[in-house]
Ligand binder design. Sequence first.
Ligand SMILES: [Zn+2]
Length: 392
Amino acid sequence: MSVFSYRWPIEKQRKEVEKRLTAYIREYIYPYHPHYRRLFKENGIDPASIRTYRDVQQIPFTYLHDIVTHPREFILQPKLGPGSEDYGTEPLNKKYIAHAMRRKNSILKPRKTRYLGKLSPEEKEIMCIKNEWQPIHLHLGGSYEGSEPAESYYTYYDIWEVLPKIVASIAITGIGREWRTMNLMTAAPHVTFFQPILTKLMCGNLIFDTCGPDVVPAEAQLELVSGYELDCVISSPTYIDYWLNLALRMKKDGRLDNLRSLKLILLGAEDLTPSMRQHIHDRLQKLGASPRVLRVYGSTQIKAGFYECDEGSGIHLNPEYYYWEIVDPKTKEPVGEGEQGVLVFSHIGWRGSTFLRCCTGDLIHGGMTWEKCSSCGLTMPIIHPPISRLEI
Ligand SMILES: [Zn+2]
């Protein structure tokens, strides 16, 4: 895909996203996505006619129930011939492989390694296809009462072509490359734990992953932050509340000095209310620290997390690899800028598990604005908390 800029004017961004989204639906989703291919046929939707946002809005919503019931049918998968499962999708268009093989520095080209001998042209082509289409990483999360957790798969292409451009948005939080960060999230196949790991590998930030208090106990985490004067921690509101109360008890007992070095706290996995943010600031102040406390928003189905650039700035969503809508929970019609409604997203350009018009079930009380942020100067769709759960 061509270069996209978060400094473009809003209208230019809107036009580019519309072009990318509709082309993606026509050229990738309809031919290779088992669920949407069937859904389009059942609803008489002609993929060739999808050219505008209005056309996209005729596609029925996808709910968690659909994903949990048929997780494998949400994975983009061309028909690969004898031996592979037949989901009624089309065989892979050879022009995509030829294009990837020709393109200089294509992420899809098999890497030369000293472990594999010289590859034949056929072997190179197979590796190229696997790099793009074969799922290699899985997150679990999002379920309703009595259901299995939803599955969300990433391919090599997702990890190395798409994700680096998304996780790099951690830069808007003001985090420094030289800062030392501790990831307090519990180790689990979930985006909240893996995004910090992928961020450090892709962006070069220094992050120590504790894997949670069962691996590195909370007291040891606090001693490390204080002793090594770490700059940033990544956690959830509930855990950081427990963690700071423990820190206050340790300080009272003379077992902890202070947490003065902390400059930034990133909190995800749950909503962060203004009163909770104030409560966290009050505790930090007693520990000699005055970091910015920013929230992170993401989910298993979205496949990534997004940040505030400043306290109360709203969460900056990515317009390059997603199309975001806010809809009225009752009428399911899109609402106006800044109006309350449920967040709905469509993937653009991803492989692996992909979703169109997927209802997050998250009610965004302050709605969404696509605007130039007055704090960071970037133009992005911004959602304005509070956020509450609403099953629709
Ligand atoms: Zn901003």
